[in-house]
Ligand binder design. Structure first.
Ligand SMILES: NC(=O)c1ccc[n+]([C@@H]2O[C@H](COP(=O)([O-])OP(=O)(O)OC[C@H]3O[C@@H](n4cnc5c(N)ncnc54)[C@H](OP(=O)(O)O)[C@@H]3O)[C@@H](O)[C@H]2O)c1
Length: 224
């Protein structure tokens, strides 16, 4: 049975990933910032582990707890959204926060879990990014922190694809679409179950030729 680790699995896309993976018989470790408030995740049947992605000590502790545990697929899903304001509203603290959670966190999680991923058979890493991280797609501006953090995540993925590809890893960036979650809001067109079914179809079908690339949930390749 393949094993998955999904970050940010307390709600939204991460929770639905845990639900669908457990339902089809896969082993899932879902992470929560506060495992005492992760009842929905626990109810899926997933194993719950504590992780705050922008806290390097928390990331290292997860790696240490999982030493000796093989993980086939890592889904770096945890993230924060929000559009923020324009240039006059930007603060260094807020921009650092986006980068720490949406970009630096995932790459450090990958680093910490590498021994577990090397022990797995599938060697797949999927980053849940956003079309808003596409420079080519930025036709309206705004969302400085979010856009830049997802663009940075996309670049981290490409470097990981090069470095880890030598050892048979496939590393991709996936855009889930505009999804009905706390982050996406009620006006989002895509039910979370549909987005996640699509994301799992992408992850299931990954080949070496996909590594380093950026895909929409429906399988279309997206521009950087
Ligand atoms: N929804 C959309 O329309 C959409 C579109 C494009 C991309 N995405 C991307 O999809 C991913 C999931 O989004 P979502 O819609 O499911 O969001 P969501 O409903 O807001 O859930 C976000 C998840 O990330 C966790 N998280 C937030 N900050 C964290 C941190 N510092 N450390 C660890 N976990 C943290 C949250 O944990 P807590 O419960 O503890 O807060 C929660 O489990 C994100 O990377 C997002 O950027 C979403």
């Amino acid at each position: 049975m393949p094993s998955y680790l999904v970050t940010g699995a307390t709600r939204g896309i991460g929770l639905e990933l845990a639900r669908q993976l457990v339902a089809r018989g896969d082993a899932v470790i879902g992470t929560a910032r506060d495992p005492d408030h992760a009842d929905a995740l626990r109810a899926t049947g997933a194993r719950v582990e504590a992780l705050t992605v922008d806290d390097p000590a928390s990331v290292a502790a997860l790696g240490a707890r999982l030493a000796g545990t093989a993980i086939d697929v890592l889904v770096n899903n945890a993230g924060i959204g929000g559009h923020g304001g324009g240039l006059p509203d930007l603060t260094a603290a807020e921009l650092h926060r986006y980068l720490a959670i949406n970009a630096i966190g995932p790459v450090l999680v990958t680093q910490a879990l590498l021994p577990s991923l090397r022990a797995g058979r599938l060697r797949r890493i999927a980053h849940v990014s956003s079309l808003m991280g596409s420079v080519a797609d930025n036709t309206s501006g705004g969302a400085y922190g979010y856009r830049a953090s997802k663009a940075a995540l996309n670049m981290f993925n490409r470097s990981l694809a090069h470095e880890l590809g030598r050892d048979g890893f496939v590393c991709v960036v996936l855009n889930p679409g505009w999804v009905q979650t706390d982050m996406g809001g009620a006006r989002a067109p895509l039910p979370v179950a549909q987005s996640v079914a699509d994301l799992l179809a992408r992850i299931d079908g990954l080949t070496a030729a996909d590594s380093g690339r950026f895909f929409h949930h429906d399988g279309r390749e997206l521009p950087w």
